[in-house]
Design a protein around this ligand. Structure first.
Ligand SMILES: NC(=O)c1ccc[n+]([C@@H]2O[C@H](COP(=O)([O-])OP(=O)(O)OC[C@H]3O[C@@H](n4cnc5c(N)ncnc54)[C@H](O)[C@@H]3O)[C@@H](O)[C@H]2O)c1
Length: 345
């Protein structure tokens, strides 16, 4: 058993984190922590958004939290470098994370959170799908077969094993092929369709997961002008319906954390105005009917009928990353994985 003494931290890299958590475990962790949030058992302050526009096409978000019931605090430091895949061959979304002892505030661990972020983003989407989809949901469309889209596909297959057909839409045919090849290996019984035409993919799709890049300053979404079948559930990771269209076109709107979503969207709006003179409408809490934690806790419905069009989306919360990081940390100590370093000495 490794020991982390006061003033020391355990350092865990991405490959070590990967060894210490199984993806099948993550949807349940997300359900637990989102229910805890609804019940006031965890504290998740608003994230702080720090953009580097217009000098760089990037931003960082500080996402602290306290899991009171698990006696751990932490902060995810989440970056988005839009040019990374092209310029340095790294993903757009990258993150690190620090775990702290709530009593002493001393750090316990410093670790990669890029892998954790992909796991938890897909898992939250999969939990939202499970609680919001109509009965007999069989056909899922993934838009954007990158890191988050692929994770969402894999996680939905865990929360909704009844899915029979997966349609994949990506402007990069290689990304589509990669997801399908991975999916066929894991789930040979599934029907996979590579579809270029988004409208064709939407017809007959019960669950739609947009995970392409957001439209940026224009505010438009790739689903805005397309037809949606009654009963469709859209679980938005990025770039699907624009905010104005969610309220116009969907019967029900569900978020992970309404206050944080409003803050985050308005923060971008303020920067866009300041830097580029763009006038974008301010968002308020009427943007959603309820939070997914309330649905999981049985305090609000995920949908009211099989014909409603439901939109669910997550702004992302530190609790989702820290609960996974805490599991990884304890297993790393038990299995003696990682390096312990004197940091406050
Ligand atoms: N909601 C959250 O908690 C959360 C967390 C992490 C990332 N994200 C967001 O998710 C998005 C995707 O991130 P990623 O890490 O998967 O990136 P990625 O680069 O790995 O994947 C994006 C994929 O979308 C495809 N794509 C781009 N435009 C498209 C379009 N118009 N139609 C179809 N496909 C399109 C790309 O070809 C690529 O394959 C980013 O915008 C990121 O900010 C959200």
């Amino acid at each position: 058993m490794l020991e982390v003494k006061h003033g020391q931290v355990l350092i865990l890299n991405q490959q070590e984190c990967k060894k210490l958590i199984r993806e099948e475990e993550v949807p349940q962790l997300m359900e637990d922590v989102l229910r805890d949030f609804s019940n006031g058992e965890v504290i998740n302050p608003l994230k702080t958004h720090m953009p580097f526009y217009s000098q760089y096409n990037s931003y960082l978000n500080a996402m602290p939290c306290w899991l009171k019931n698990r006696n751990v605090a932490g902060i995810k430091w989440a970056g988005s470098g839009e040019d990374n895949p092209r310029t340095i061959g790294f993903p757009q979304s990258v993150a690190t994370l620090i775990l702290n002892d709530p009593e002493t505030t001393l750090p316990l661990a410093f670790m990669d959170s890029t892998y954790i972020m992909a796991l938890r983003t897909g898992a939250v989407a999969a939990v939202m799908a499970k609680y919001c989809c109509k009965k007999d949901t069989r056909v899922m469309t993934i838009i954007g077969a990158g890191v988050q889209g692929t994770s969402a596909f894999r996680m939905v297959m865990l929360t909704m094993p009844e899915i029979e057909e997966v349609r994949v839409v990506d402007i990069n045919p290689q990304a589509t092929q990669n997801l399908i090849a991975q999916g066929q290996k894991l789930y040979p019984h599934l029907k996979f369709v590579a579809e270029q035409n988004l409208q064709v993919a939407l017809k007959g799709s019960h669950l739609v997961i947009p995970a392409a890049h957001s439209a940026g300053s224009s505010g438009a979404g790739i689903l805005d002008d397309l037809e949606l079948d009654p009963g469709t559930t859209i679980v938005g990771i990025s770039g699907g319906l624009s905010l104005a269209k969610v309220r116009q076109r969907c019967d029900r709107s569900i978020l992970d954390y309404i206050k944080c979503f409003v803050y985050r969207i308005n923060a971008t709006r303020d920067y866009m105005k300041e830097l580029y003179g763009l006038e974008v409408a301010e968002v308020d809490e009427s943007v959603a009917d309820c939070e997914i934690g309330d649905v999981i806790a049985g305090k609000a419905p995920g949908r009211l009928s099989d014909t409603e069009i439901v939109h669910a989306a997550g702004v992302g919360m530190g609790i989702e990353d820290v609960i996974v990081a805490n599991v990884i940390y304890h297993r790393a100590l038990e299995q003696e994985i990682g390096i312990v370093v004197d940091i406050i000495n």
